[in-house]
Design a protein around this ligand. Structure first.
Ligand code: ATP
Length: 585
């Protein structure tokens, strides 16, 4: 294609029913310039299979046009007020990450929008909605239809680097379809200003809410967490990392459902190798985002991935529930030093405001704020955590209904039961998930393992009487043991894996036999049975098998003694019973 014979890369830009457009990349000193060429009549590709194969490849490439190198400024010959093509949502919808063939209808719809009009020719500006570091956000509406309201972010700039970043952010936003992410409709790039036309989210910002109330009610935070996680799940599925999750970027509606805004520093971490057309997951290196919400791995040399968004969610939830940030310091340098350390800083989890939170909630936050991103929950896993309201109990975990003696349950504390069940569920789920996940890492070990070991874990609940210390100890053992096993497996070590088959919590009016010791225990002793498939596990508190202590969720205060006594007289609650009966397979 290059008449001078110099090497040029050719980039697909778009096509309509007749033509296919390309960018050619040329080097002008340090800038890469692109020429838009309408090169080829599509009909020149004769055979039908060839044409559809070509179109498939083009669709894929088009989806990855937005890598920084590909989206360099376009030198336009057409004289117009806007300097670059106005990118419409319709056009960008074609940036499909899927491997499947796209319907030709979609293809026909994707047209390049070269518009001559200015934003202010088409829209009227209304009141100011907010202000960020990059620009001011205004309410606006089309001149032709003043009933439809939008938000527009006006960014005063002619800096090519910023323009490129905003384009990147805009394109990233086009990949996302979630009710919990504010939509971006159009981007106008003018001589000295950018106009980003967005969905107007007529509600408060989380930052403002926190300033007004300091902290929020748990049930409201649960709703925020649920919708935020759903937004982030969608984001990550599309291969986009937000990288700036913080209260300012979370709009909270009256029902506490959120809309995520501001994709200013978002990044595509999934790209395609244009030669092989295979997906690559890329590590990110740039230190970005608000310092208080930055994950520790952002400061490491080896790069980070989308798990940084989960850390940020952990910090946001911590802040919403306690009214304080987990890591603070008078000097930014000190904060960076804390986060740069290899060893985790557990200070936030020892603060009284944190310890006052319910166990399942603390467990959730700790799992989101794991120092090691590999041990941190991802968005899908976090959505399955018991603390998140839409959590549906996985049918793999079985609780035997007959084991629940309702007549005796009135003596129990429903809260206490919930705590136990929750903890057991979380542990079992964690183990089950890890077993599933780890199968691909250690397939050979799986073969050596008896088949039934891969089956789901079983939880049976009997009515219980207990001794808190004994229970706590047992639960700790189970927790540590399961964590140990998990990390043993994740590390793909060769040690024999000992599985935990059953965890049983039971209560009896009569004396009961302790499974592990075989000792008889008295009436008011509550027991937790932990049955392992192997012999007694020698290194029960095998911290040395784990990469770091922080991987072990601390069960430090299941329930204070006086609370238990207080709650023992309460009836088991109807919801709990219903939940339990749902477990039946
Ligand atoms: N779609 C929207 N609907 C309603 N209000 C919005 C919308 N987008 C932004 N805002 C308001 O404008 C404020 C600033 O927006 P935004 O965070 O996008 O700006 P920014 O320059 O990227 O800020 P920063 O980079 O400092 O986070 C927000 O905190 C929010 O209150």
């Amino acid at each position: 294609m290059d008449k001078q014979g110099s090497e040029m890369r050719c980039h697909f830009f778009g096509y309509d029913s007749n033509f296919i457009g390309y960018y050619e990349k040329r080097n002008y000193n340090k800038f890469n310039a692109f020429c838009l060429l309408v090169l080829q009549n599509k009909n020149m590709i004769q055979s039908q299979p060839q044409q559809s194969q070509f179109q498939r490849r083009m669709q894929k490439i088009k989806g990855f046009l937005n890598s920084e190198s590909n989206f360099s400024p376009v030198e336009e010959t057409i004289e117009r007020k806007t300097r670059t093509p106005l990118l419409t949502q319709q056009q960008m919808q074609s940036s499909d990450l899927s491997d499947h063939d796209t319907h030709s209808n979609n293809v026909e719809n994707n047209q390049i929008g070269l518009k001559n009009n200015c934003f202010l020719d088409e829209y009227t500006l209304g009141e100011k909605l907010g202000e960020g570091t990059n620009g001011i956000v205004w309410l606006c509406w089309p001149k032709k239809d003043d009933q439809t309201k939008y938000a527009v972010k006006v960014i005063p700039t002619d800096d090519e680097e910023i323009i490129s970043m905003v384009k990147q952010a805009f394109i990233n936003s086009q990949l996302l379809k979630s009710p919990f992410i504010a939509k971006c409709y159009k981007l106008f790039i003018e001589q000295t200003k950018l106009y980003l036309l967005m969905e107007w989210v007529p509600c408060s910002n989380l930052e403002t809410l926190l300033k007004q109330n300091q902290k929020l009610k748990e049930k409201h935070v649960q709703q925020i967490a649920l919708t935020l996680l759903k937004a982030v799940k969608c984001l990550h599925k599309a291969g986009v990392c937000h990288r700036d999750i913080k209260p300012d970027n979370i709009q909270v509606c009256t029902d506490y459902k959120i809309k995520l805004i501001d994709f200013g520093v978002s990044r595509r971490f999934v790209t395609i190798n244009q030669n092989t057309l295979r997906y690559n997951r890329n590590k990110m290196m740039t230190i970005t985002g608000n310092i208080h919400y930055r994950a520790p791995e952002i400061y490491r040399d080896y790069g980070y991935d989308s798990q940084v968004d989960l850390w940020a969610i952990g910090v946001v939830i911590y802040q919403c529930l306690t009214g304080i940030l987990p890591y603070t310091s008078e000097y930014t340098g000190d904060l960076i030093e804390i986060l740069s350390q290899r060893e985790p800083s557990l200070d936030p989890f020892h603060k009284q405001v944190f310890l006052d939170l319910p166990t399942s909630c603390r467990d959730f936050i700790k799992r989101l704020m794991m120092w090691n991103p590999l041990k941190r929950l991802n968005a899908s896993e976090a959505l399955r955590h018991i603390w998140v309201p839409s959590y549906t109990f996985p049918n793999k975990i079985k609780i035997v209904k007959d084991d629940i003696d309702v007549s005796k349950s009135s003596q129990n504390s429903d809260l206490y039961n919930k705590t136990l069940i929750n903890s057991a569920m979380i542990l079992n789920q964690e183990l089950a998930n890890t077993l599933l996940k780890s199968r691909r890492f250690d397939a050979i070990q799986e073969e050596d393992t008896p088949k039934e070991m891969n089956k789901s874990l079983e939880v049976s609940i009997n009515a219980c009487s207990y001794n808190q210390d004994s229970l706590k100890q047992r639960l700790e053992q189970f927790k540590l043991l399961s964590s140990t096993q998990i990390h043993q497996r994740m590390g793909n070590k060769k040690e024999t894996i000992k599985y935990i088959n059953t965890i049983t919590i039971f209560e009896s009016e009569n004396s009961i036999s302790d499974f592990n010791s075989g000792m008889e225990t008295s009436i008011n002793v509550r027991n937790l049975q932990v049955q392992t498939s192997g012999k007694n596990v020698k290194d029960l508190f095998g911290l040395n098998l784990c990469e770091s202590q922080v991987s072990l969720t601390q069960i430090d205060d299941i329930m204070p003694e006086n609370n238990i006594q207080q709650l023992q007289s309460k009836q088991i609650d109807a919801d709990l019973l219903q939940q339990l009966t749902q477990f039946e397979q």
